[in-house]
Design a protein around this ligand. Structure first.
Ligand code: AMP
Length: 114
């Protein structure tokens, strides 16, 4: 837990968000500035600043994030049409919040990466 971190505060419940999942490992909530009809952030409760900070102890967290993305895609009915999952890392990756999170984006055609 980092006392200055927005996503730690959302995960801990002191700042509100439209949560779809809240369990021991992670929270998932709607992005405040969605880029598509479905845009959910999947955020581990543990404060991990970037993808670079993952290590051998992160396997459970990473598996939970991916399982949650798969389950939410089905629940939000974008599993058949398709979706994109993204983890931005540092400046060139476009990371704005330095607490690891996965974007689940769908509900429209994504187009090419770039
Ligand atoms: P990233 O650029 O990968 O760090 O993504 C950060 C995401 O957090 C952006 O898509 C923001 O729109 C989103 N975001 C920032 N503040 C909030 C908030 N209070 N609640 C929900 N989403 C947020």
């Amino acid at each position: 837990m980092s006392t200055e971190c927005l996503f730690c505060k959302i995960a801990g419940g002191s700042i509100p968000a439209e949560k779809l999942v809240d369990n021991e490992e992670l929270v998932a909530f709607k992005d405040i500035n969605p880029v598509a009809p479905v845009h959910v952030l999947i955020v581990p409760k543990k404060h991990i600043p970037t993808f670079n900070d993952l290590d051998a102890n992160s396997a459970v967290t990473l598996a939970a994030m991916h399982e949650t993305a798969r389950d939410l895609a089905k629940k939000l009915r974008i599993d058949e049409t398709g979706y994109r999952i993204i983890i931005n890392c540092n400046r060139d990756g476009g990371q704005e919040i330095f607490h690891l999170h996965m974007h689940l984006i769908g509900g429209r055609a994504m187009g090419r990466m770039g």
